[in-house]
Ligand binder design. Structure first.
Ligand code: G3P
Ligand code: MG
Length: 248
């Protein structure tokens, strides 16, 4: 039922590299991870780039918003220096370049569509259309070689479904909402992605008994991974790629 890897490097290289950069993907790879999660957002001119925060200040310096900045300017920004001097000069990458890198290295991708407020449907559409083109050579039955989209935004997922129906989707929820079944049906998702902290064994059983995949974020100890695996969780992402083995 879950055709994907069980352990996924969160934001590329977890705590070991600046999140959502090509260096992070390389770091995950160096630790044996061939499955990765990262966050995708649109620039002002609707180019998908890897970024978690809608505003500058944490992973890129300065003041401003991703949605107000042209891609040409975003792609010049340093996304590594905040992490350490070693990564100084590491740029904000374009989604298309990360897909090329991951495909070249046979890294499976959980692409989190992270719209800035008000751009939910557009972000879903743009990421889906571009992905459709980037994976045009992969058969829709070959899901292991296609990305899995996920999003906290139902609208983004519905839009992604419309524009790239053959790329599977996972619905992200911090806590599983009471109407999860309706939302998962509405978005046509094959899996529920949720925060392991709020998951209960009963909920895990219910989700899997309903025929959906169950993915958790962000699991950072082997003990916790063992516990939720016992509940039937199919996969999880981790920041601790140094503690949890890729083949766990
Ligand atoms: O996709 C799982 C996880 O990445 C969701 O939360 O904030 O780390 O993107 P966040
Ligand atoms: Mg994410």
């Amino acid at each position: 039922m879950w055709p994907y890897p069980q352990v996924v490097a969160h934001r590329g290289g977890g705590i070991l590299a600046p999140e959502n950069t090509l260096a992070a993907m390389q770091c995950g790879l160096d630790y044996g991870f061939t499955a990765v999660e990262f966050d995708v957002m649109l620039s002002k001119d609707s180019v998908p780039v890897l970024m978690h925060d809608p505003e500058f200040g944490r992973t890129v310096s300065g003041v401003g918003k991703v949605a107000d900045t042209l891609a040409a300017d975003l792609l010049k920004m340093d996304a590594g220096q905040w992490f350490s001097e070693k990564f100084c000069g590491e740029r904000v990458p374009a989604y298309a370049d990360v897909v090329r890198f991951c495909r070249e290295h046979k890294i499976w991708m959980n692409v989190e569509i992270k719209p800035t407020p008000g751009t939910e449907a557009e972000t879903g559409a743009v990421v889906a259309r571009l992905s459709k083109a980037l994976f045009a050579d992969v058969a829709c039955s070959d899901v292991r070689n296609l990305p899995l989209f996920s999003s906290f935004s139902d609208d983004a997922l519905v839009s992604a479904k419309l524009h790239a129906p053959d790329i599977p989707r996972g619905l992200l929820m911090d806590q599983v909402s009471e109407d999860w079944l309706e939302r998962i049906a509405h978005t046509g998702a094959m899996a529920l992605h949720t925060n392991h902290r709020y998951l209960t064994p009963e909920m895990a059983r219910t989700i899997r008994a309903a025929g959906y995949g169950l993915f958790c974020y962000t699991v950072n100890t082997v003990e916790r991974a063992d516990l939720i695996r016992g509940w039937g969780v199919d996969g999880f992402c981790t920041d601790r790629i140094d503690l949890i083995a890729a083949d766990y």
